[in-house]
Design a protein around this ligand. Structure first.
Ligand SMILES: *Cc1c(COP(=O)(O)O)cnc(C)c1O
Length: 365
């Protein structure tokens, strides 16, 4: 049975968007392919609030995170984490023989400006990574506050994981001075998995030029220079069907209006949080609770896999907690093109499965 996905990626993709992927292929070394990539990049610049170069990668977001830490760390990376994806940057650094230190936020809390100041003031670091929206714990970091500290350190390259926020939560790349921001297709942008996107500043590119071993496929400088030298060609054969879908879906996102889209995500999150608070507690403190995914502490000790099985019979799927938070938490993804009505249907089904609606049931069946 087809399930409606309320997981933090991949997300439900609208039929008309999926259909774009069946369009006839084109040669990737053609002017048409350049036009396609250029058009996509211009639209993405609006969504990222940036004039920086947009780079497409036929990979998932993880790859472009790894590419970033390898392309831009010369001295040492300061990795700030609120959960699994934050810590992943640290893992990647270690496996690429890049010097790095890991700094964890407190349980359920965001990274604070004070933490960042303390770390950067040591002068040991030339790159910092921050997850805008940590999908495992449902925490959104206060990027505007953090930017005030970061902007005091112009030699530090600021890399942001915006995988589960861009297109769902506002992040103004240029205003905040973010050098690199990575996004995956299958989260808030409402596309299938298969492509990653990054914005990259001139400052970051200048840094990459000072680094000897950046690899090839995920080398930001190679990707960047290919675009500049060839007017929007890609280094190898890109996932063209995905690019058709992306080009089309980005128009739909811009037609909805970014502010409207962020507002919708806010409402979806409020609905989910209100439902969760009635029966459970939220993992993230209120002020940092994410607008794209809600992590709920499983205070009732439910078997989440079993809950999902019951939901599955009714055509829905949510997410168990990630890694060590499995069964201790569960997650409801509310991102991309999800409507309030669709979310309400999920919450009603959860109530039905969990027997929560028994007392106030309005319609007797
Ligand atoms: C999903 C996710 C990733 C990993 O993205 P992939 O596209 O699966 O590689 C990284 N960071 C965050 C915050 C995510 O939500």
């Amino acid at each position: 049975m087809q399930k409606r996905l309320f997981i933090p990626g991949p997300v439900n993709v609208r039929e008309d968007v999926l259909e774009q992927m069946t369009r006839p292929l084109m040669g990737h070394r053609t002017k048409d392919a350049s036009d396609l990539q250029r058009g996509i990049s211009r639209k993405l610049q609006k969504i990222f609030y940036t004039k920086n170069q947009i780079i497409l990668s036929t990979s998932s977001g993880t790859a472009m995170m790894e590419g970033a830490i390898r392309s831009f760390t010369k001295k040492r990376a300061a990795v700030f984490s609120n959960g699994f994806f934050g810590t992943l940057w640290y893992e990647m650094a270690l496996r690429n023989n890049i010097q790095a230190d890991l700094f964890m936020g407190k349980k359920g809390e965001a990274i604070t400006p004070h933490m960042v100041e303390e770390v950067l003031s040591t002068g040991k670091y030339d790159l910092i990574t921050i997850t805008h929206n940590e999908t495992t714990t449902g925490i959104t970091n206060p990027m505007e506050d953090l930017a005030k500290i970061l902007n005091k350190y112009p030699d530090v390259v600021w890399c942001v994981d915006g995988v589960s926020s861009i297109g769902g939560i506002k992040l103004e790349i240029d205003k905040l001075g973010i050098d690199v921001c990575v996004v995956s297709s299958q989260k808030c942008l409402g596309l299938p998995p298969g492509m990653a996107i990054a914005s990259v500043s001139e400052k970051a590119i200048a840094r990459a030029r000072e680094i000897d071993f950046r690899g090839y496929y995920l080398d930001y400088l190679e990707l960047y220079e290919t675009i500049k030298k060839t007017d929007y060609q890609y280094i190898s054969t890109p996932a063209l069907p995905m690019m058709y879908a992306m080009d089309y879906q980005l128009d739909k996102i811009l037609a909805e209006g970014l502010e409207n889209r962020f507002k919708r995500h806010e409402k979806l999150a409020e609905m989910t949080r209100n439902w969760a608070r009635k029966h459970f507690i939220l993992y993230a403190k209120d002020e940092w609770a994410s607008n794209t995914v809600t992590t709920v502490t499983n205070t009732l000790g439910l078997d989440i896999d079993q809950l999902n099985e019951e939901l599955g019979k009714r055509g829905f799927q949510i997410s168990n907690g990630y890694a060590d938070l499995k069964n201790k938490t569960f997650r409801i993804g509310h991102m991309a093109d999800c409507t309030l009505k669709e979310l309400q249907e999920l919450l009603d089904t959860l109530d039905e499965v969990l027997g929560f609606n028994y007392k106030d049931k309005k319609i007797a069946i």
